[in-house]
Structure formats: structure tokens, C-alpha cells
Design a protein around this ligand. Sequence first.
Ligand code: AHR
Length: 699
Amino acid sequence: MNLRKFTSLSPLFRQFCVATVALAASVGVAQTNVPVIRVQADKVTAKMPPTFYGLMTEEINYSYEGGLYGELIRNRSFKADAIQEPIKPEDYDPAKFPSNTVPKFWSAVGGAKIVLDTTRPLNEALNVSLKLDVSDASRKSPAGVANGGYWGIPLKPNTKYRASFYARARQFTGPLTIALQKAAGGQVVASAKIKKLSGDWRKYEVTLATGDIAPSKDNQFVITTTSAGTAFDGQCTVWLQQVSLFPPTYKDRANGNRADLSQLLDDARPKFLRFPGGNYVEGDYFSERFDWKKTIGPIEERPGHRSCWGYWSTDGFGLPEFLGWCQDLNMEPVLAVFAGYTLKRDYIPPGSKLEPYVQEALEEIEYVTGDATTKWGAQRIKDGYREPFKLRYVEIGNEDWFDRSGSYDGRFTQFYNAIKAKYPDLKIISTVGYEHPESQRVHSITPDLVDEHYYRSEEEMEAQSFVYDKRDRSNPTKIFVGEWATRVGSPTPNMAGALGDAAWMCCMERNADIVLMHCYAPLFVNVSDLGAGRSMQWKSDLIGYDALSSYGSPSYYAQKIFSLHQGDEVLATEAQNLPTYTWIQTGRTRNGEAQPPRTNEVKSLFYSATRDIKNGQIIVKVVNRADVAQEATVEISGVNSVAGTGAAVVLKADNRDATNSIDDPQRIVPATETVTGLGTSFTRSYPRCSITILKLGAK
Ligand code: AHR
């Protein structure tokens, strides 16, 4: 049957046909009018951009704190209860605290009493501490304080953990026992002692070493004493601040990252990191924006801030740590700067009032790229990063199409002119792409790139998977797809998500002459507590984890195999007889315009082709999103021969709902197989719900 005509048939007859095609596929009967994918190996349509596949990241879903950032203590600075007023840009609010409050995520041990206290804080940035009254401590009933981490404290066998905290004491000199123990006062797994405390703020550090234990996460961190201190007529008190516990980190970086998550990312070889957001760069209010100068320097001098995703960030994972992450994974930073607009639609109009923010962005660029002779380059060196970072792209704000004041054109232009004047080689990205109405785009100046965001259903993603093939090539502005995802499956996408993603990645790859970079979003989700307002703020995230383990979704593996088989040159392709399916799109409103329900014929096979120039290998990607196997012929012209045997990397599932999870992390993973019967023309059957990467030896 000619599948192109398939959808014009009556629904009943269509059902019959689907059954027949499924039967034909399962018994290996060849389709007629087999789809043909033609690859012109002598026609290169683009050089693969060096920064094509990247990562997009922000503090959402406990991505850093409770995620990538190695810190295991939750609310280490006791500021999670801070009351910060939504302020105007010119005001500073140091954060106030409710009285008589037990700090979030901390609990008293034994007869101890704990409360937030703002008297004599460690410093102006950490302007509160935990006041611990141990007057009732005894040998039989130690008193102290416990923290359960981010949904548990992960402990592994024969591992050293670095614990540290600041403390001052009154009518108490110690000793303190620092321990890792099973939750709710269970068995102690590791412990150490601080013999003597000072009356003034001082930092204390110990190493806690586990023995031959089974890996677990139902643990807590405790600081206790058996000594009631020296008071005869009052309280014996210890004040604590910046209580920290770090496991060994990726590449042993101090204040570094969780090793398993870093490894998953590194395995996919991302080329750039877009940071620090996303919404996180903007914040709901000016007090919540990513104020980069407050995220550098010693971590105990960073005040932290509440972010738009509803929880407190200590900013221990600040600008230097983003750069460290780039260094660890050999990624290029793509820096998003705050552009004077917040999510609650407050903004600073272009002109003199915006100028301080423009200067701040210039200084931020200097922090990233400057040498020791520059003020901010020298500060970066002081923060531990000797070499300047290579920076080629700067993005002005985030999703400024939400700004209905019309100020983005002027704000963008002001940033653009100032940055280009000092850094003429930097490419400046506008956050309003061509998927938004003409009226919202930047007109006063031509952006180097525009950032387009696509969060779509599987059908939508597949329906738009030829959209860039039709884009105007005369436009000097290139495209950065800075956020995209097929949002099917929660907390992480299922196979349907991976299929939509793969169709979309084929589109971006075929059009790498205009799409210079892209990154999936969001990257991470802590799956420990999926109820509203808990560990997940956004569904369908690439990588999931709890305190102890992590896993990649099918979308992660799709991304990984595309990235590892990117190739260096895009080859011209065209196709015939591509099968379709019918998708009835429900009515909706987009960009303020009502769109009625629509019936669409959407392709169900997708493709792209590239060449690896070091070995001449031709890489053909074929995505079959159908629930049945489908045949396709690949014809390659412009080469003398294609070897009869090659390799295929295949990611597939029995059905589109199939997925990976924290309990079943490897259900859908790619497998490599040897493929025979290849040549300049060959026909293969592509399994249902599959992504195939064919590696062909060509001469
Ligand atoms: O990725 C989640 C959010 O989606 C980002 O913060 C924002 O840019 C977009 O709306």
C-alpha cells in the first residue's frame, strides 16, 4: 500500500490496514512503495558547528543543591526560612527571619533546643545562625542537632566525607561528636570528635570515614555532645553556621560536583553549557535574580537567595562553579546575563537606569575571560581559576517575549552595543526567536543569533521536524535552540519523548548551516519526592536521581548517541514515500491567537546524514516512531562504494510508554550491532519505536 495515501481512507479501513501492515512487518513481508532516503555524499550542506550539542541548566528540580553540587547538608546556612521582600532594584534587602523558628530541615537530638538566632552572626552575608542549647546533655542522652540531607544522606563503603562548620560557644567548651548515622538515631556509621570549642566564630573540620557498609541513603548527619557545659546558672549554648558535608567529588574538585551525574553528562560529550538560566537568571523579583557578584568568592561570604523555583539557594554553586563545571567536562560557557527584566514583568527601561546592569554584564564577561591584569579576571584567579575561559556567546536575558512592555528591543540594543564595543568578537544572542510574532523581535539592531525554545508533545515535535528545512537562508541571524524537549513522561521522558526528540534532532542536524547550537531542557530532576512543590518543579527532565543513584531517560540516550555520532559535515538528503500518521491537534491559543482543531498528516520516519571526515564514515540516522517496523531504502550517491558490513547503534523499546526509572535505570539503552547487506543502495527494516544510527564505511 502507498502509505502516503493511507490517511485519506475511512477510519475503519485504516484500522484494517494498520493491522495488515503490522502483520506484514511481523512476518517480514516487504512494503510496496518503500520509503527512500537519498544521501548525496558529494554535496556538503554545512560544516557541523563545533558547539552543536550542549547542556542547558539552572537551579530547578534541585538540580544543583540536592543534585549536581556535592554538598550533602540541606539548608547548611539556615537561611531557607528567610523572608525577603520583593524589592525594587535600587533597594537591598539582607533577609529577615521569623522569630522562635526551628530552621527547616534540621531537628533537635536528645534534650537539645534549637532556634534561629540573628545575634552576633558569622558575617553580614550569613546573618543568622542556629542556636543550640545543650544544657540538658548527658552521657545517657547526648544533645545536639541532626540534618537528613536532600531526602537522605548517601553513604558508600570505604569512603571519606569532609565535614566542616563554623561555631562559637558560650558556657560550653565541648567536646562535640560529629557523626554519620542511620536515620532516627540508628547505628553510627562514622564519627569524629572536636575536643574544644572557642567562644568566637571559628571553622572546624573533620573527616568521617565509612567502613565496609552497604550503600544507603537513609542516613543523617549529627552534631552532639554528652557534656552539659560549664553553666551553673544559665544556658550552655553553641551557635552553628555553614554546616557542610562533602563526599569525594568529580575530579576531586574542592566545592565540586557529584561524580555519577558528572559522569553521565561527560559520557554524552556536551560541547557547551548555557547558564545560569532559564528563569533562574531573571527571578520573580529583582531580589531573586542571579546577581553574579554575590555568587563568587569564599562560599561562607555568599548570602544566597530565594529563586523563582520556590526554594533557597546558598549560591555555593555560583559563577565560579559553573566555570569549574565547564572545565571538568571541557565545555564552552554560553553566558546568559541579567537584562533588567524579571518574571513578574517588572523591568528597567533602556537608558541611564539600565546602564549599571550593562556594566555588570561587562564585568561578568571580564570575570570569565579577563587575565590577571583585569579587576574581575584577577578575582576569578583568586577564586581558583587561573586560565581565562574561552567565551564566544553571550545571551541577553531569557525569554523576553514575555515582556509585553516593548522594552526588549531597546534593552537588547543597549547591551549589544556596549558588549560589542569592548568585545567585538563576541556573538550576542537575542532571546526572542522567529517562533514569536514579528512585533516582539529585536529590530533596532541585527542579533547574531536568536534563541528559540520548543517544549512540545511528541506529535507536535514530529510535525515541526522539517520546519528549519524551509527557513530563509538569506537571514544573517543564526539560530540557537536554547531550550527544547518533547514533554512526554514524568519525572523523566519515556520512549515517545525520545522519538520526538530524535525527529527534532534530525531536523536540527540537517539544518546545521543555520542552527549553530542546541540544548535540551531541563537537564536534571531529583525524583525523591514528586508531590506538588517538592523535589520536582517541572516534568520531563533529561536525567533523574535521588540521593544515592541516578539514571538517564530514553531521551538522554537519544541525545547521547546523536552527540557521539555527530560527524563533521552535513550531507544533502531528500526522501520519498515517507509514511505518515494522522494527528488531530486540539484547538488552543498560541502567541495570543486562537487556533481551531486541525487534522495533520505527520511523517513517521525521520532521517539525517553526516560524514566523519577523519575516516570518511557516513553516518545515517533513521527514526521510526511507528508502532510497527517500517522498511526504508537508503541510496547513497557521490561515493565509489559503501562497505557491505557496517555497524548500527540502536535505541528501541517495545512500546512508546516504556521508560527508565530510578528502580529500572537501564531498561532502554542503546546497543551496537553489526550490520550486513549494505552498499550504495540497501533496504532495511527499522524496528518499531526505534532510533538507528548507521555507520557506513564509504570510499
Ligand atoms: O526549562 C524550564 C523553564 O522553561 C526555563 O526556566 C524557562 O526559560 C522556560 O520557560
